[in-house]
Unconditional design. Structure first.
Length: 465
């Protein structure tokens, strides 16, 4: 196929996640002829199977947990139970609303929405296998890949012979698992683990590494594990799954290798949360000459351009942090460069994130381990949430705040806030970092009493020598 035999566009965007939903509209409003290709649901993972549905269900789980704590606050409640089917319907309604909102906006943008799966046939040509049947051939000088990721399949022995839940399918259950076994101690596994424990299931989290949340400092990971265990979640670390099988008809038996030898865990359901893999195979990027890393993610430069000039990648499919807000920042960069003809870059950007367990973990900048690995001279301060007045008043004293500053300049290098509204408190520190404030400035600032943020005074006043 040559470009002359294909339909000519000014730009083609493949995928409609957080970044891909805005960029094609901006290009169209700028007078470009734009094709937007989507093989599944509009809105990508965040709207359909990620942020929106999971955080909706997290909210239901937290409400059940708080209701059970009523007596601590002098509030009398009866026995608390969870109607998982009703939780699911609320989740579906939230997703449908978000999806419809996106579709209605798309209709106003003058785009050519093509529903089907795209694959490259050359550096600037793609063929789309239409969902309705047939194919279309497209060509454009600018192509943006926003194809996202999918759950990594479980491949241990026996996995093909038992029902395995993933982050999407577990949200469609209408009855509570009696005992949910979760493989993976990362963000996804822990959010679902705490959620289903609060719904009423027994939960066991199995992590092959020595600790949970391997990106975090040891003290943060240890405190998270303690919080989960405090809620009667079984947490097994240094436990490598080796096989899974049926038992007693409908049960699941998982065998793991631990430091003390082989161990078997029996449950009713198995959730695999071992990671995600990029959607690059079906794109046949080799036909375009697009370079991938060793895990199949698309390599990009600081302006998100791939190894093929004029072809860009954004969101989870490219090498880099896989967060919705990072995808949106990718959009910011591409909008600046492709629409406004500027020279925006992702170089040196600081990408914050939160883990939506309860209490939340908010993180920004360098961890203590990362700073020390870089050989930086640092000071570290920690403040238990039990020392924060608001936390005491609300009965939310689990966790701590932690900050890292440059030992010479006092510049804030990073922070972890594991506590109630930890993500929101972290965002205050992020803004301080963006403004170039020092730890001393934060220690001397006036924060409203009695907010959780008031603890930042004591945190930044407490650096080690």
């Amino acid at each position: 196929m040559t470009e002359t035999t294909a339909e000519q566009y000014d730009a083609i965007v493949i995928g409609t996640s957080q970044g891909g939903r805005f960029l094609p509209a901006d290009l169209a409003r700028a007078g470009r002829r734009v094709a937007l290709v989507e093989r599944d649901q509009l809105g990508g993972v965040c709207v359909n199977t990620g942020c929106t549905p999971t955080k909706t269900m997290v909210a239901s789980a937290r409400l059940a947990h708080q209701a059970r704590r009523g007596a601590e606050f002098g509030v009398r409640t009866g026995p608390v139970s969870v109607d998982l089917a009703a939780v699911r319907e609320r989740k579906r309604a939230m997703v449908a609303g978000a999806r419809e909102n996106y579709a209605s906006r798309l209709a106003e943008d003058g785009l050519d929405l093509i529903e089907g799966e795209a694959r490259f046939t050359g550096p600037h040509t793609v063929e789309v296998a239409l969902n309705a049947g047939g194919t279309r051939r497209l060509s454009a000088p600018v192509i943006v890949i926003d194809a996202g990721t999918r759950t990594k399949p479980l491949t241990i022995a026996g996995a093909s012979d038992v029902p395995v839940l993933y982050s999407t399918s577990i949200m469609e259950l209408d009855e509570l698992p009696e005992h949910l076994i979760i493989l993976g101690g990362g963000y996804i596994g822990l959010e679902f683990g705490q959620m289903f424990r609060r719904f009423g299931s027994r939960v066991t989290v199995v992590q092959s590494s020595a600790r949970l949340l391997m990106m975090e400092d040891d003290d943060v990971a240890d405190e998270v594990a303690a919080i989960l265990r405090d809620e009667d979640i079984t947490v097994l670390t240094s436990a490598t799954p080796t096989r899974v099988e049926r038992f007693d008809g409908a049960g699941i038996r998982l065998t793991v290798q631990t430091e003390d030898g082989e161990r078997q865990i029996e449950g009713s359901h198995l959730l695999s949360a071992i990671g995600r893999t990029p959607n690059t195979e079906a794109l046949t990027v080799d036909a375009a000459g697009i370079r991938l890393d060793d895990k199949g993610f698309i390599a990009v430069d600081e302006r998100l351009e791939t190894s093929v000039p004029g072809v860009y990648a954004m969101g989870d499919v490219r090498v880099g942090p896989a967060f919705t807000h990072a995808s949106y920042d990718d959009y910011r960069v591409l909008n600046a460069n492709l629409v406004r003809k500027e020279k925006a870059s992702i170089r040196d950007r600081v990408v914050p994130y939160a883990v939506f367990i309860d209490p939340q973990l908010g993180r920004v900048g360098l961890s203590e381990r990362e700073a020390r690995a870089q050989g930086q001279a640092i000071k570290v301060a920690k403040l238990p949430m039990g020392a924060v007045v608001r936390a005491i008043e609300t009965g939310e004293t689990r966790g701590f705040m932690k900050a890292i500053v440059d030992a010479t300049t006092g510049q804030i290098l990073g922070a972890a806030v594991l506590g109630s509204e930890g993500g929101e408190i972290m965002s205050i520190i992020q803004v301080a970092m963006l403004g170039g404030l020092t730890g001393t400035a934060m220690a001397d600032a006036i924060f409203t009493h009695p907010l959780f943020a008031e603890g930042l005074n004591s945190l930044f006043a407490g650096f080690d020598a």
